[in-house]
Design a protein around this ligand. Structure first.
Ligand code: GAP
Length: 516
C-alpha cells in the first residue's frame, strides 16, 4: 500500500475507533485542532505517565511542576519569542492562499530528491544484486543534474534563512518557478515575517488591559521557577525540573493530522548543570531519551538522531530524535544544550538574580541547561502509526482473512482486557460481569457480549486490547476461562482466581521502566 494510503487509513481508524476526532466537527472543524476520544485520552494519559515516571520516579534529582499557561508578557520578550519566533509567509494573489516561504522551497527541493530516488529504484530493479548505489549516484548524469540543482537551491536558501533575507527567499521562489498548488500561478506577494504566538487581552479595557500570550512552549515556566524549586526542594546541581502541559502556536502550515497542531501538549525537562559539564550531560540525555523510545519495542532501525549543524544562537549542541512515520523520518523529540541563555535573559529582564550557590565549589553561577522536549500528540502519532497493522491470517481451510490490529505495548493500551461471555445465557453473562466488577479496580476492563466471538476479538484487536477473557460452559464446571492474546492470537486456559496476577504482571509500567 502507498505510504499516503497507509496514513489516510490511520487517520480514518483513529476516528472510527474513538481515538482522535477533528475539533468542532459539526461546525466543519477547526483547522489543526483535534479532540481525543474515549480511547485516545486513555492512550494519551498512559504516554504521559510513561514519560513522567521515567523522569520523576526514576530520578531522585528530577522533580515536576505545573506552571500556568498565562505568564508575564516580558517573559516572551526575554526568551526571544516576541522578536524571533517567526515564520516567513507568502501569499498567492490568485488563490488567496497563504504559505510558508521556507516550506515552499523545501518542498521544491524534495521534488528533486524524489526524482533521484526514482532513478535509483529503477536502476536497482534493472541491475539486481550487482547494483552499486553509491557508484550509480556518483556517475549517473540525471542524478548528478538533479543533485546539482538541489545543492544550488540549498546554498541560496540556507544563506537567506541565516540572514533572514526575505527578499531573497521570494527571489528563490520566483527563480525556481515555484507555483501555488491551488491556482498553479506564480503571482506571489512579498514575503513577510509572521509571529507564531497567539495573543489575547488580560483584564477589561477600561482598567487598561494588557496583552498576554498563550505560551508557545512549557519550558519558560520551568526557567522562571528555577530558584523557587531549587530553594524549596533544596535541590543540588545537577538537577532537573519536568513539566507536562499545553502549548499553542499559530502554525501556518498545519497538516499531517496531529503532527503539527495549533494547540498541543509538550513534555519538557530542563536539567540544570555546572557550566563546562553541559556537553557530557547532553550526551547522557541523548542516550537516555533514545532508550525511552526504543524500549517500546518498535524496532531500533525506526529511530535516528538528526544532529543539528546549524545551531540557534543560544545553543551549543542540539539533536532531534526522529521516528520513521508513514511520511518519512520526522522529529518527535528535541534535545538541546541551551547554555545559560534563558536564565541569563530572565536575570537581565527581571532584575532578579538567577544564580545558584554551589556549596561544593563555594561560588555562585548561572547554571547551564540541557533540555529534553517532546510533543505528547506527536508521540501519540508515532505510537499509533507504529502499532496499527493490517495482517493477513491464514485459515485452516487454506483461505485467508485480514485483521486490523493495534499492537500497542500492554501498559499503553487504553483497555487492558475485554471480558466476554460466549453466549448470552446459562449464567455466563453473570460470571463475566462479576469478573469485570472485581478487576475494574485494577485495570481498565470492558464487558462485551455483542456479535459473534470472532467479531468481538476483531473489535478489540482494532482498539488494541491486549487480553480477551472468554467465559464458556467449562467455566461453570471448573471456574476456568480462556485468555486470548492479541498479538499471537493464542489462547490459554486459566483459573478466574489467577486472572488478576497474570494481567497485573503483563500490563505493569514497571516492566517498561526497568528496560530504561
Ligand atoms: N522548548 C523547546 C521546544 O519547544 P520545539 O522543537 O519547538 O522545541 C519540541 O518543540 C517538541 O514539541 C517537538 O519535537 C514536537 O514533538 C512538539 N511540537 C512542536 N510544535 C508542535 C506542533 N505545532 N504540533 C505538535 N507538536 C509540536
Amino acid at each position: 500500500m502507498a505510504q499516503e494510503d497507509v496514513f489516510k487509513k490511520l487517520v480514518a481508524h483513529c476516528k472510527e475507533y474513538g481515538y482522535v476526532f477533528p475539533s468542532s466537527e459539526i461546525y466543519d472543524g477547526l483547522s489543526a485542532v483535534y479532540d481525543y476520544g474515549q480511547y485516545g485520552v486513555e492512550l494519551k494519559n498512559n504516554i504521559k505517565k510513561y514519560w513522567w515516571d521515567s523522569m520523576v520516579l526514576l530520578n531522585e534529582n528530577i522533580v515536576g511542576i505545573d506552571s500556568a499557561i498565562f505568564m508575564h508578557p516580558t517573559i516572551w520578550k526575554a526568551s526571544g519569542h516576541v522578536d524571533a519566533f517567526n515564520d516567513p509567509l507568502i501569499d498567492n494573489k490568485d488563490s488567496k492562499k497563504r504559505y510558508r516561504a521556507d516550506v515552499l522551497i523545501e518542498e521544491h527541493i524534495a521534488k528533486f530528491e524524489d526524482k533521484i530516488s526514482k532513478e535509483v529504484e529503477k536502476a536497482r530493479e534493472r541491475f539486481g544484486d550487482a547494483f552499486d548505489e553509491n557508484k550509480f549516484r556518483a556517475t549517473n548524469q540525471r542524478v548528478l543534474a538533479n543533485q546539482q540543482k538541489i545543492d544550488e537551491i540549498n546554498a541560496r536558501y540556507s544563506k537567506a534563512m541565516n540572514a533572514t533575507d526575505l527578499n531573497e527567499l521570494r527571489q528563490i521562489i520566483l527563480d525556481n518557478e515555484i507555483v501555488c498548488p491551488i491556482s498553479g500561478t506564480r503571482n506571489w506577494t512579498e514575503v513577510r515575517q509572521f509571529n507564531l504566538m497567539f495573543a489575547t487581552e488580560m483584564g477589561s479595557t477600561s482598567e487598561g488591559a494588557s496583552k498576554v500570550y498563550l505560551r508557545p512552549e512549557t519550558a519558560q515556566g520551568i526557567f522562571v521557577n528555577f530558584l523557587n524549586v531549587q530553594k524549596t526542594g533544596r535541590m543540588k546541581i545537577p538537577f532537573g525540573i519536568a513539566q507536562i502541559g499545553k502549548a499553542f502556536r499559530n502554525e501556518i502550515v498545519a497538516r499531517q493530522f496531529i503532527f503539527r497542531m495549533r494547540e498541543f501538549e509538550q513534555m519538557e525537562m530542563q536539567f540544570f548543570v555546572q557550566p563546562g559539564t553541559e556537553l557530557d550531560w547532553f550526551r547522557h540525555w541523548k542516550g537516555v531519551r533514545m532508550r525511552w523510545h526504543t524500549a517500546l519495542g518498535y524496532g531500533d532501525d525506526n529511530y535516528r538522531f538528526h544532529d543539528h549543524t546549524k545551531l540557534a544562537h543560544y545553543a551549543n549542541a542540539a539533536t532531534d530524535i526522529e521516528f520513521r512515520f508513514p511520511f518519512g523520518f520526522k522529529e518527535v523529540e528535541g534535545i538541546h544544550s541551551r547554555t545559560d541563555f534563558d536564565l541569563k535573559q530572565h536575570q537581565n529582564y527581571s532584575g532578579k538574580k538567577m544564580q545558584y550557590f554551589d556549596p561544593e565549589k563555594g561560588e555562585s553561577y548561572i547554571p547551564y541547561v540541557i533540555e529534553t522536549s517532546i510533543g505528547v500528540d506527536r508521540m501519540f502519532l508515532h505510537i499509533v502509526s507504529a502499532a496499527l497493522r493490517e495482517e493477513e491470517l491464514k485459515k485452516e481451510d487454506g483461505t485467508s482473512d485480514t485483521r486490523t490490529v493495534m499492537r500497542l505495548p500492554s501498559f499503553l493500551a487504553p483497555v487492558k482486557l475485554a471480558v466476554m461471555p460466549l453466549i448470552k445465557k446459562d449464567g455466563l453473562p453473570e460470571i463475566a460481569e462479576k469478573i469485570v466488577h472485581d478487576l475494574r479496580f485494577d485495570f481498565n476492563c470492558q464487558y462485551d457480549d455483542k456479535d459473534s466471538i470472532g467479531r468481538r476479538y476483531r473489535r478489540q484487536d482494532a482498539i488494541g486490547t491486549p487480553y480477551c477473557i472468554t467465559i464458556d460452559h467449562q467455566t461453570l464446571d471448573d471456574s476456568s476461562v480462556t485468555i486470548r492474546y492479541r498479538d499471537s492470537m493464542e489462547q490459554e486456559r486459566v483459573k478466574i482466581s489467577q486472572l488478576k496476577d497474570i494481567i497485573a504482571e503483563k500490563v505493569s509500567i514497571a516492566s517498561l521502566l526497568k528496560k530504561l
